[in-house]
Design a binder for this molecule. Sequence first.
Ligand SMILES: Cc1cc2nc3c(=O)[nH]c(=O)nc-3n(C[C@H](O)[C@H](O)[C@H](O)COP(=O)(O)OP(=O)(O)OC[C@H]3O[C@@H](n4cnc5c(N)ncnc54)[C@H](O)[C@@H]3O)c2cc1C
Ligand code: SF4
Ligand code: SF4
Length: 1014
Amino acid sequence: MSVMPKSPVARQKEAPQRRTTRQPRPAAMSEFESRLRRELQGEVAFDAGSRGRYATDASIYQIMPLGVVVPRDQNDLGVALNIARDAGAPVLPRGGGTSQCGQTVNEALVIDTSRWLTGIGDLDVEARTVTVEPGVVLDHLNAWLKPHGLWFPVDVSTSAQCTLGGMAGNNSCGSRSIRYGNMVHNVLSLETTLADGRDVHFGWFDEIGPGSPLAGLADSISAILRREAAAIREHYPQVLRRVGGYNLDLFDCRNPIPYDPEGRANLAHLLIGSEGTLAFTRRLTLKLSPLPVHKVLGVVNFPTFYQAMDMTQHIVELGPAAVELVDRTMIELALENPAFRPTVEKSLIGRPDALLLVEFAGEDQESQRRQLNALETLMGDLGLPGSVVGLESGVEQSALWNVRKAGLNIMMSMKGDGKPVSFIEDCAVPLEHLAEYTEQLTEVFHRHGTEGTWYAHASVGTLHVRPILDMRRDGAAKMRAIAEEASELVRRYKGAYSGEHGDGICRGEWVAWQFGAVLNAAFGEIKRLFDPDNRFNPNKIVDTPKMDDARLFRFPSDHQIIPVATELDWSAWNVTRDPLSGDLGEPGSGGDPAHGLAKAVEMCNNNGHCRKFDAGTMCPSYRISRDERHLTRGRANTLRLVLSGKIGDQGLASDEVAEALDLCVSCKGCKRDCPTGVDMAKFKIEARAARVKAHGLGWREKIVSELPRYAPWMRHVGKIAARLEGISWLGGRAKRWLGFAEARSLPVFAGDYLRTARKEASGSPPSHVGEVVLFVDTFNNYFEADNASAARRVLEAAGYRVHFNVREGERPLCCGRTYLAAGRVEMAKREARRTLDVLMPYVERGVKIVGLEPSCLLTLRDEFLHYGFGNDAEQLAGAAMLFEEFLVAEKQAGRLALELKPLGVGRAKVHGHCHQKAFGAFTPVMTVLNWIPELEVEAIVSSCCGMAGSFGYEAEHLDASRQMAELTLLPAVRDAGEDAWIVADGTSCRHQILDGTGREALHVAKVLEAALVS
Ligand SMILES: Cc1cc2nc3c(=O)[nH]c(=O)nc-3n(C[C@H](O)[C@H](O)[C@H](O)COP(=O)(O)OP(=O)(O)OC[C@H]3O[C@@H](n4cnc5c(N)ncnc54)[C@H](O)[C@@H]3O)c2cc1C
Ligand code: SF4
Ligand code: SF4
């Protein structure tokens, strides 16, 4: 049986000389899939949605794989490789899929190691070595090693997502490569499976005995390398950052840092950077380094960019661990951001055109200080005295490193079809030519009507730059023209065209250009020795396609968008953008038949940042599942494919979309954390709306979404309903019928705060400080009135006259969130209109609208802006504040005098609602709690609580909801000790905490109320 497909390259008419593969036969494909399903423990997915989610990496390319396998363990991996071999199917190993050049896309069986093949073991502290499985993420390894005072020092920017298998595949390089080298310098051996099914250990060449399974292969490799010794000497650029082709220089290392300090040849090094084309890596033994104990950072301010580039060569002579560039554009972007401004300002002297961040690291702080002094002296000698700002505090240093990363993120978040495209992003040139190279390449950009921002690894001559190109229009032609001119510069300066991110598709055709015909033929020989049938990641490095073959683009010129009548206003994304000036067209001018929705979805560039595992906000469903389907990136890809008509038969209402969004808890973590601002919670509203239109609304969704309407009546029967729920056979049956989880207690209707409070409101004390509208949401009004009355007491104690969100003769105003969650956007808009009508007179006279429940109040600042209500909505958004935000702002304005006493409680542990975090509104909770004398306040490092509105009550989501809570929140609450108060502003969060730990969490208003002096 063979399912070997005709590869994308083979389909190119212009490349008939390439090795072709056989056409797939549908019957054989289905037997291939069935056998995988029968024999594997792990996941096997051949549906269009799953394949689509694995069709991209962080490059501009897209190729549908044959299918996807996520092996459960090493045995599973072996079985999958065997079945693929028997079927003659190509195989594509995959880790985090964060490659930028297209090396992680192919028409092959994708084998994803990142979910289960994550074992770490055999640590030898003395020898400083460790063995890992290929799916281990770099940050996880380093966290694991930290207690031993060791780390794996190839510190790539994607350290939170990239896997060791992928890093080895790409010969990845970190910011500190000038000190530690690249992957090839830090891998000692590899356990692999070859294309013929042999399991082979690659290590020191001189340890391969005559009886070794590797002996024959090693002899053949050795013969090729020795035969081509002269060509290797001539054509391998002598720069640290060279990752193109195969490392044929094993016996005569051309890298300025020897692959091995003692000069021993290691066959594993041939596989480093081979992009999955030679063997499947199953285990890696790595060389570790001692964790540097101290670091100092010298920030050098340059009046011109040219000087920064010109002087780098002298700075590296001082032995820094890193020299990283931040250019004027990035400085400006960071200064515009209030969060970064103070950090950047601390590092600036005047108005520099560029900064170099020069880090010295090691055991002895004094010697680093001396190096810093030497840097100051050097800059004086070079004509720039007083240009260095020294940072010794670790906090200040990491704040500045974060600015550099954020600058890139802001750059990536440009709207419009023109995007920064990575294809010459990592050419490396010797430092003495860096200034001329960057100057001339900038001229090339300008000649082609575009611009690029420079940043990153000055120390090793690898500066990142991405010209802005529109790949749907003239981008491909410009890409080739710029690439050709850039390559001429690289050749002139004897540099490396592929200096960090690998060859993949966008640099594959440049391998022959870089290394010449003789070595290119040798690469082919090596490939055939390992993989005679061309099955491992075919057509990468050898027999490669053209970089501008539009059929391989994620956005080919015939890229179509299906027309969608959207519910929300997406016109801000539907814009044009001038690549040179950056000027945006009018909202709605971008020509998107989905009115901007498609363009908003396409903001995801697949960089994989959402695959992080730290306890921040993004993305809780991925953290519990490790499944690409339940990841922001996977969801964005699903939506993109649906909106371009590639998958799904009902557009946004398709099952593929419903499935991908099923575990999205709309936490808005991605809105905050995604570098390009992908806002899945908002996409989910559109998708739900489309689904409801196509399939109608279930009873459960009706009941939940209509809550604000029937809640006023429920106060009469709430207690009876609660009692009925308590009768297990009855409550259980009703919950089952409606689809609620039996194990969940439903919230109890306890009254109607606004009904009584509005009567008192008119009798509220005359204002002596100001007035506010207290926006009491449905949940706090009917279920937890104590919070509303506490907030009112605090506000009145501080001297504010309190109004409420009510209009005579009507039920209370409402943010409409329950309707949004059900996809009933029209109903949500009606609520918003009602709210605007009543609140605008307050807003117009400068009164703030102060809310208690983050998900409700922040709807006024977010979704209200997308209903098309124009200026009114903008003004209301500007006036809407959370209770604690209001207090902090008033205090800063000198208007708040709140007398607080100690609580008699030592500690408060605070869980931030995910929408609070998404809007940067969590710090004020901590601030106001810190006003309470003698209270020690500590934030719980947590993501979404997992309850997320009705999500955690739904039977099918109970497990996922609990798993999210158990990631960090509930363990932290259990560890808090009985003497600590647990504080949480979200009603769902409080319910989840109570259900999971039996502990009652308090709204911050209640804590402040308890601390009021009178
Ligand atoms: C924003 C951004 C910043 C980046 N910064 C850096 C940087 O600072 N330095 C840097 O070097 N790179 C950088 N990269 C590129 C990329 O993140 C790295 O190369 C990373 O190490 C790839 O890891 P991965 O797990 O995502 O690999 P993948 O993309 O999954 O795979 C990479 C290659 O390795 C092969 N491979 C994966 N697993 C195996 C295996 N088990 N056996 C054999 N072959 C395998 C794949 O087939 C593929 O060819 C960046 C990318 C982005 C998007
Ligand atoms: S959703 Fe955002 S973080 Fe995730 S891959 Fe896309 S752009 Fe990156
Ligand atoms: S809203 Fe939350 S759960 Fe949904 S994709 Fe974004 S981060 Fe993940």
